[in-house]
Design a protein around this ligand. Structure first.
Ligand SMILES: [Zn+2]
Length: 283
């Protein structure tokens, strides 16, 4: 996966302390796991389970896999340095692989001031719980779609104005980190599906923070969220193809200017879309 490695190089620029795994640990034997790329905080790789695998777990949590034993492995921004991947085979034998997950150096901004805390309005407090419930229900869906196997493309191209994982620390108190990648583009710029997917949420009206929110399920627990859209061109339940226009950039919800915020999750792990889409193509 040359493209992923190139993306890692981009993501790690200015972060020379992050160590790359020495080997890609690819093994030909069908008796063991085959893992097709480096393991890194916020990253995702495709892998193949040993022949005869009946169940698969990562640190005890079930991991889905396809009939051809292919599966996705992804690591949260704050993933521990190691994780245990276990396949239980027909007949009960276990294949255990201890994975080393490379750390990333996140962009941390330390401020001597206190955060600007704005008291949530009564309207926000009323509207927020049902919005969060809708997002959780969308993510809980499991669709038979193989977008997770594809090389992802950028939903829109342009200047990256916000990095995944960046965080402000106010007088030692960490604020929440940025959960996606921002691409600055003008309102109305088309947004395309980065991979095949099923539309799991298409907001008919603006969410308080996310604005006009669109979410896609790429299968195997991998999903994308597109925030602040000015327009959504697809409906819930619709299957979309990689490259298909699904909406347009906007500044709806809590946004200071028009941009696309693209967030991704794999099961409970928050991951960095930049590592899946690779370096931003030049216009
Ligand atoms: Zn953002």
């Amino acid at each position: 996966m040359r493209r992923l490695r190139a993306a890692l190089a981009v993501a790690m620029m200015g972060a020379c302390s992050a160590a790359m795994p020495a080997s890609m640990a690819v093994q030909a034997s069908t008796a063991d796991f085959r893992i097709d790329g480096p393991l890194i905080q916020g990253g995702a790789v495709l892998a193949t389970a040993p022949a005869g695998t009946r169940t698969l777990t990562l640190d005890g949590a079930p991991v889905r896999f396809a009939a051809d034993r292919r599966f996705l492995l992804a690591f949260d921004r704050d993933a521990d340095a190691s994780a245990e991947l276990v396949a239980t085979l027909d007949g009960g034998r276990r294949v255990v692989r201890t994975l080393a997950i490379a750390p990333r150096a996140w962009r941390i901004e330390r401020l001597d001031t206190l955060p600007r805390v704005s008291q949530p309005s009564a309207e926000f407090q009323r509207r927020r719980p049902p919005e969060l419930a809708r997002i959780a229900a969308a993510r809980a869906q499991s669709n038979d779609i193989a977008g997770w196997r594809q090389r992802f493309i950028w939903p829109t191209t342009g200047r990256i104005s916000g990095l995944f994982g960046s965080q402000r620390v106010y007088r030692g108190e960490p604020g929440s980190y940025h959960g996606g990648v921002d691409v600055a583009r003008s309102t109305g710029t088309p947004v395309v599906a980065p991979a095949d997917g099923v539309v799991i949420l298409a907001a008919a009206s603006d969410f308080t923070l996310e604005g006009r929110l669109l979410m896609l399920d790429h299968g195997m627990g991998l999903n994308s969220a597109f925030l602040h859209l000015s327009r959504i061109d697809v409906r819930e339940g619709e299957r979309v193809r990689q490259g298909q226009t699904i909406g347009a950039v906007g500044a709806t919800g809590r946004a200071t200017g028009p941009h696309l915020h693209w967030g991704m999750k794999w099961n409970v792990a928050r991951i960095d879309p930049l590592l899946l889409a690779g370096p931003m193509p030049r216009d």
